[in-house]
Design a binder for this molecule. Sequence first.
Ligand code: NIG
Ligand code: FE
Length: 430
Amino acid sequence: VTTEAPSVGSSRTGILRSIGCLATPEAASSEPRVLRRAALVWRDGLVEWVGEEAALPEGLGLAETGYAQHEASGALVVPGLIDCHTHLAFGGWRADEFVERLKGTSYLEIARAGGGIARTVRQTRAASAGELYAKAAADLEAMRALGVTTVECKSGYGLSYEHELELLEVYRALASSQPSRIVPTLLAAHVVPAEHARDRDGYLRMVTERLIPEVARRGLARFCDVFVEDGAFSVEEARAVLRAGLGAGLAPKLHVDQLGGDLEGGGGASLAAEVQAASADHLEHVSERGIADLAEAGVVAVSLPIASAVLAQPMMPARRLLEAGVAVAVATDYNPGTAPSFDLHLAMWLACTVQRLAPAEVLRAVTLDAARALLLHDEIGSLEPGKVADFVLLDAPDLDHWLYHFRQRTVVETFVEGERVGCSAPERSH
Ligand code: NIG
Ligand code: FE
């Protein structure tokens, strides 16, 4: 097949040689593809060829035909990491609640006393759009330094018509100005805001009748998410919100079976199956019935081990879910309450050490299956011809060693759509 020569010097066309080890999940196999002494070739931001360097087709990837020349110098290369569950835009912090919980006070007790999500809502509303943007942009830069190239971003700390739209507009501004790929989610049904405490139906009507249509009209979100839990929303309320979202073209996602309160375990997971959600997230207390329903419906289970650790919850039974045939993704849940860290490497390490997933399973959980949780698995999540050239160079001999010898600053370079996006951003101190 002859293809048109790319314009010489196109910044999204290049070749990476001298890859020590390339590891990528593949859609067609549960085993990753692992190549030694590999090369990767991309053109106009899409992978064109990947294989052992010795097998590189003659004439492919030459500087004369416009391919920027890159050397991996023996690095490990994996697809760009995907954080498929974050609450990126929020105001303020809650370190005092972290310490209170360490002393034994529960998450729900703190929430009932006016802390928790409601407190972050107050602090988020008090922040300007510019402040929310600046903080989120700095966090995204630090996430790119960890090799994270795609970030799902939920609203849910505005909880009024205006404030939820404002948060989603912040994400739109980030999407158009940052190299990171942003996938926005409406989470207006996070909790009922204080001013609607005696009128939850009124709040839900605002969400389903006014907010969802406006979000869809402005094209501000891809997904609609609901927190199903004691103190948040019931299965019936969630069903109504998700159906309204579906009617407006927003695919469903759910926070379910997290705290294991009075709600029957599995109720949330079964709802996720019923509405064909793209993902069911948390699932610390998922029931056998819930697991079976997720498997049958092909819903991705998103584990959030940082949140489980912070709340001293058991972690999602990832092995049982995998054995039942459920795809498992891993994400940070970055938020100021239950997961005050955007370090996806930390979540991956917990998935290995606590959930007992092999490094290859964890890689898939933050790449191809995370992409599935975002309905983007045809575009991102693996290094195969035709997919987007998002990838990371890591200072490790192979995948097992990378997650075993856990340490800071293992990322050498991060590429989004074939372009280097830098990786040396120091983390902000707050
Ligand atoms: O995913 N579970 C609900 N929402 C967040 C926590 C939000 C917060 O405490 O601010 C979560 O864990
Ligand atoms: Fe969350």
